[in-house]
Design a protein around this ligand. Structure first.
Ligand code: SF4
Length: 429
């Protein structure tokens, strides 16, 4: 087993929380193209055109395999050998692909050119291409670009890059705008609707969401906007919003009955909602969530869980599993740790749970095997070998594809962790 040693100067902002250990080495994560799988469902008249290789096309097709029966809203403009060798004029070829696509699909209102490892290696300037094509296709279609490359990024950063590309296009607030709330981060529509209803009853208004469901519904942003992150991996988007004058409401993330309550309460407080009103509005839904969680507690309490770094949701999930499901945390891996966005989560984590930022996959596997946890949360590439070694695993990508935020989904979130334990228990019998 490899000993874990915190590096100097890497302690959490919360002084009594566990130290953060940094690790560097080979990583096992998907790239940012993966975000297209949930983003294309969210913005219903957008299209994602990956400029990449056949590998990129395979990744996106297999990750979104279930969608191939519908007319897809993503595709790959495949770079051929002559493009890579610099023989062809990439600008002309890309313009022709976009022209054909937009002529054939008049319902597309927002087109993202998505960069990949190959397009970055041969230095295709997609932001210039997007500006050029926007001039040509405005006002019918807006064209933006971002990078989904796997070079030094992890899969949820694709959403961050996409939303950060949208921020400069958001309209300014009108003069004398009233205080408004912007919820930032892709949520399933059903979850978004539940939160919208709760904010409405609380009297927090107006409330808008980014990403928006339709390309034309860009939420205005400015100094009267407070924003609340619904996902923990949106560092660049948050920074871009702050540059536009918006203010961040710091809170834990809306996972589990406690997480949702703290998240909603932070927003309610920023909008002057009284504690009595907050309790009256949220208590029934919170009680339902706690009841749903109780159903899974026997299966999870006391079980030891090891989280590999994948989605950046790991600290929030560990907080939920430790505090609400009484699980014991062996290790919390996270690809990146944004100290400020995670501060409220770090304060709530068990003080003896090691947090490891970055990855050296071999060392981490050694630690996992030595610890023999009851459950391992990890990426698809690690799950099958670990299952073969007798570990129960949960694919972390499922936590992005499933609606898990909000009171009414708290039970479903717990079930996602209880199911593999249940399955393994049956196999062992
Ligand atoms: Fe692979 Fe890079 Fe393409 Fe992702 S963007 S599929 S990591 S080549």
């Amino acid at each position: 087993m490899n000993a874990l040693a915190p590096l100097s100067g890497l302690a959490n902002s919360a002084c009594d929380a566990a130290p953060v250990i940094q690790e560097r080495g080979q990583r096992e994560v998907f790239c940012g193209l993966t975000g297209i799988v949930w983003l294309h469902r969210k913005i219903q008249d957008a299209f994602f055109l990956v400029v990449g290789s056949r590998t990129c096309a395979h990744l996106i097709q297999s990750a979104a395999g279930v969608m191939i029966f519908a007319e897809p809203r993503f595709a790959t403009a495949i770079l051929e050998d002559r493009d890579l060798a610099g023989v062809a004029d990439i600008d002309d070829e890309l313009d022709a692909v976009v022209d054909r696509l937009l002529a054939r699909r008049p319902e597309i209102k927002l087109l993202f050119l998505v960069g990949s490892c190959p397009s970055e290696v041969i230095k295709i300037d997609l932001s210039r291409a997007a500006a050029r094509q926007s001039r040509q296709h405005a006002p019918r279609v807006r064209i933006l670009s971002y990078s989904g490359s796997g070079i030094e990024t992890t899969f949820t950063q694709g959403e961050d890059a996409c939303l950060a590309a949208l921020v400069p296009t958001l309209p300014p607030e009108p003069e004398n705008a009233s205080h408004s709330l912007l919820v930032v981060g892709a949520l399933a529509d059903i979850v978004e609707d539940q939160f919208a209803r709760l904010f409405d009853v609380l009297g927090v208004a107006p409330v808008r969401f980014l990403p928006m469901r339709r390309a034309a519904d860009l939420p205005p942003v400015g100094p009267s906007t407070s924003f609340l992150l619904a996902q923990p991996f949106l560092a660049d988007t948050a920074h871009a919003l702050q540059e536009r004058g918006a203010r961040l409401i710091e809170a834990p993330f809306p996972l589990g009955a406690e997480g949702v309550t703290l998240w909603l309460r932070a927003a309610a407080k920023a909008f002057g909602v009284s504690e009595a009103r907050f309790d009256a509005v949220t208590s029934p839904a919170r009680a339902r969530a706690e009841q749903a969680l109780a159903h899974y507690r026997d299966a999870l309490a006391g079980k030891r869980v090891f989280l590999f770094p994948d989605s950046q949701l790991e600290p929030a999930l560990a907080r939920f599993l430790a505090r609400e499901m009484a699980m014991r945390i062996v290790e919390i891996g996270t690809p990146y740790l944004h100290r400020r966005h995670m501060a409220a989560e770090l304060d709530l984590l068990p003080k003896d749970a090691p947090i490891v930022e970055g990855q050296h996959v071999e060392k981490q596997l050694d630690r996992c095997r030595a610890a023999r946890p009851d459950l391992v949360v990890c990426g698809l590439g690690l799950a099958n070998p670990l299952e073969a070694e007798g570990f129960a695993t949960k694919w972390s990508i499922e936590l992005l594809f499933s609606p898990i935020q909000g009171y009414d989904q708290a039970g479903d979130l717990a079930e996602l962790f209880a199911r593999p334990l249940n399955r393994r228990a049956r196999l062992e019998v």
